[in-house]
Design a protein around this ligand. Sequence first.
Ligand SMILES: CC(C)(COP(=O)(O)OP(=O)(O)OC[C@H]1O[C@@H](n2cnc3c(N)ncnc32)[C@H](O)[C@@H]1OP(=O)(O)O)[C@@H](O)C(=O)NCCC(=O)NCCS
Length: 218
Amino acid sequence: MVRTWFSCLLWSVTVGLQATGSNENILIRQAKESDYVAITDIYAYYVCESISTFELVPPSVEEISRRMESGKAQGLPCFVCETTAGAIVGYAYVRLHNTRAAYDCTVDLGIYLRHGEGETAWTGKGLGRRLLGELFTFLRAVQLPRSHESGRSGQRFLQVMALRSRFHEPDGEYESAPRGFYTSVGFRYVGTCTKVGYKFGRWADVDYYQIGLDEVRD
Ligand SMILES: CC(C)(COP(=O)(O)OP(=O)(O)OC[C@H]1O[C@@H](n2cnc3c(N)ncnc32)[C@H](O)[C@@H]1OP(=O)(O)O)[C@@H](O)C(=O)NCCC(=O)NCCS
């Protein structure tokens, strides 16, 4: 409880970081250990205030570090957006879609920009598109060794899934990623699971989107 309160407080005192008018001076690079505090902070806002994630309690820095290091050990990247002042204002990563071995070529996307409103907003400046560009370029370059136990050869990761949640009632409130985002960056809508989440005392549906990495345009 104390940890939840502290995590929520952490994001609320840092949301004032000023966003710039464009994303040109933002560096996109792979995440490193020193970024995990900022990642924890960015994510805590969405846990506490949105249904972008179905987690109910913001994870600690230690837990985020564990998840990131575990992803890295599986060859699954995380990219961050860094301002010229060294602030981390967004991140995107992938995790295996399912731990069953035959799903090894399919990953789920997570992407979060630091919350802000008006002049402090980082959304709508092309950062999401740039993060995905770097992530997809990385994923397409990962090749399977000939000896891989799956028997497949060539590109390791083939499919990326993205989930977009919204409350079951059709009032549009508290939607997560903007409706047009995934399709704008090349994903196609593949279906909806209804009432699979329950958060803030309400049922939530999840829309699934998918993109084949061989369909990604450079
Ligand atoms: C989802 C998210 C990462 C998008 O990042 P972003 O930087 O705002 O998106 P971009 O500015 O790169 O937009 C990319 C495309 O999406 C479309 N898009 C973005 N916001 C949109 C909106 N509100 N309505 C319609 N289309 C939109 C744009 O058309 C844009 O295409 P264009 O370049 O051809 O104009 C950001 O909104 C976010 O962090 N949301 C909260 C966290 C979340 O819900 N994450 C998803 C769950 S993991």
